[in-house]
Design a binder for this molecule. Structure first.
Ligand SMILES: [Zn+2]
Length: 590
């Protein structure tokens, strides 16, 4: 299969046994051995890429496993006669470096660069066929200037905004975490600390504008592992359903809106459940209820696994089911989240497992409205019935199959003004603000006249100040560095101050693969022609722990930059390998 024409000099250097002595030295000293030769553009291209490492100290076997696979693929493609791009860089900003620097009492910049030098020498000992000429670290000024540039591009496109919101606060790392960085037990993905809630003004990227495309385009990724696509699909979480308005008996002008994917079960609603922060709670004056509510809030703060217990507090309020005017009780329930939808859900115990459990615990009525077999009579349910079937106890809708009933009941509600069709996503906007030092500064200036003003492109990079103070658990944030903060407003020229948040490190890693084809450029983040030539990455290799965070952000950024006319590709990674194991028996090097 391998002919003399396509066995290039690099391969010969490596594999001729008689040459090996003395050659290894050359291989790890010679930076140019595997440089991609851009001249031979008539060859078919192949872009092989490993997820780049955090320079946290030493290379470990996890790194080796990853990089050896990509290296094998890169070599194989070279033997096939292709022009291969196989670069390497460093995901160098972020908490691992900052925390390690704090422990050792040295500047994270110095510490990071020492680690890069050491880990690079280790990678070279492995003899990887990496094009070291294209190497960069995300903490290099000539890289993060372009991270800031891309932030400004997103700002221009209306995809950046600021909002005060309740955020996930990691009390050990002293920073905010994105939802994706909090695990199912409510712990920080990095420090393992129980995450707290805090109110802060934060910067967000509107990834939700791309929810539909991020979902639809998963279909194009037919060389991705199925389970990664399923994880992304679940994370985006599209649901098709309806918003339904319930009137409140006690307050004629107030309504509770719920989102449901099951309008077909509306006759089976036996309670409404609202979250502990729902606006209606302000209307409750009963002290007994309020003190129970306080206890529940404390429990939710401290609870490790919020799904374990279904705690309910009955309010003395009554809602009216719009389809049959039935009066139903309103409960405060531990399982209703503020973030998702409207902070209120309709309880249909007969046809939802969680509602069934909640109704049993709290002695709430259970009313069956769907039955498997039209002709059979109903008996008491021992579990929620969640299959498809036919409607019963539903007035004019009796006998319909339930998927038709979804449509008819929504339409009936729309006609009568209490329902509207709604598509909802679980995906939230991407919170990128971090209150830490070792990150890419957000290029925004805060002016009392003009508000938050983007830094002019000619004035980037906004550089990180070199002088820092290190205390027991943190490096002084940018907020305490007056000479760095004070500046003038780009719009009105008045005295103003710099934004002191830095960007989530996932922002730095969400575009690095676009940089390699033109990593030397001092005038732009990447050259459009080179992106169109080299991208998408033909083979991407990395850990499955990045199935949602990194891979979803990278897909989003690619689409957003495409829409700013920076290049023409829709997806960054054609083929993905996350199952990082292989059988050594399969690889025989003669
Ligand atoms: Zn101004």
């Amino acid at each position: 299969m391998i002919t003399s024409e396509n066995t290039d000099k690099r391969a010969t250097n490596l594999y001729k046994p008689s040459d090996i002595e003395g050659k290894w030295q050359k291989i790890w000293e010679d930076d140019n051995l595997y440089n991609t030769d851009e001249q031979s553009s008539n060859k078919e291209k192949f872009y092989a890429l490993s997820m780049f490492p955090y320079p946290s100290g030493n290379l470990h076997m996890g790194h080796v496993r990853n990089y050896v696979i990509t290296d094998l693929i890169a070599r194989f493609q070279r033997f096939q006669g292709k022009e291969v791009l196989h670069p390497m860089g460093w995901d160098a900003f972020g908490l691992p470096a900052e925390n390690a620097a704090i422990e050792r009492g040295i500047n994270p910049d110095k510490w990071t660069k020492q680690n890069i030098a050491h880990m690079k020498s280790q990678l070279k000992l492995l003899g990887l066929s990496v094009d070291w000429d294209r190497e960069f670290a995300t903490c290099d000024e000539n890289y993060y200037v372009w991270t800031q540039f891309l932030f400004l591009e997103l700002h221009k496109a209306g995809l950046v905004y600021q909002k005060e919101s309740e955020v996930n606060w990691d009390p050990i790392d002293n920073t905010v975490l994105a939802n994706e960085q909090v695990d199912s037990e409510g712990k920080s993905w990095r420090s393992g600390a129980i995450v707290e809630k805090k109110l802060l003004t934060q910067w967000f990227l509107k990834i939700t504008d791309y929810a539909e495309e991020l979902l639809q385009d998963l279909e194009k990724l037919n060389e991705w592992p199925e389970r990664v696509k399923i994880m992304q699909e679940n994370w985006i979480g599209k649901s098709i359903g309806a918003n339904i308005n319930f009137k409140i008996k006690e307050f004629k002008k107030k309504k509770i809106q719920v989102f449901t994917t099951r309008p077909d079960t509306l006759f089976g609603v036996t309670y409404l459940a609202i979250s502990v922060n729902h606006p209606l709670i302000k209307k409750i004056s009963d002290n007994k209820i309020l003190s129970k509510l306080e206890n529940l809030k404390i429990y939710l703060q401290e609870s490790k696994d919020k799904d374990q217990k279904k705690i309910g507090i009955p309010t003395n309020l009554i809602a009216i089911n719009p389809i049959n005017s039935k009066e139903i009780p309103i409960w405060i329930a531990s399982y209703v989240l503020d973030e998702y939808g409207t902070g209120a859900v309709m309880g249909v115990p007969a046809h939802d497992e969680r509602d069934f459990e909640f109704a049993k615990i709290n002695s709430i009525d259970i009313k069956q409205v769907i039955i498997k077999d039209k002709d059979k009579s109903t008996s008491e349910l021992t579990n929620a019935f969640t299959d498809n079937g036919f409607l019963i106890n539903s007035n004019n809708f009796d006998g319909l199959n339930n998927s038709d009933a979804k449509k008819y009941i929504s339409e009936h509600g729309e006609r009568n003004g209490w329902a509207e069709n709604k598509i909802q996503f679980r995906l939230r906007d991407w919170l990128i603000s971090r209150q830490r030092y070792w990150g890419c500064p957000i290029p925004i200036i805060k002016c009392t006249n003009c508000g938050s003003v983007p830094v002019n492109k000619k004035d980037i990079p906004v550089k990180l100040p070199n002088e820092i103070k290190i205390s027991s658990n943190k490096i002084n944030s940018l907020g305490s560095n007056q000479s760095w903060i004070n500046t003038t407003c780009p719009k009105c020229g008045n005295l103003a101050s710099r934004e002191t948040d830095t960007m989530d490190t996932f922002m730095c890693s969400s575009w690095y693969f676009l940089r390699y084809p033109s990593s030397k450029s001092l005038t732009k983040p990447f050259e459009k022609e080179k992106i169109n030539k080299w991208l998408p990455v033909d083979q991407y290799v990395g850990g499955v722990e990045h199935a949602i965070l990194h891979l979803l952000y990278a897909r989003f950024l690619t689409k957003a930059l495409r829409d700013n006319n920076l290049f023409d590709i829709d997806e960054p990674f054609k083929r993905l390998l996350t199952k990082v194991w292989f059988n050594l028996q399969l690889i025989k090097i003669q």
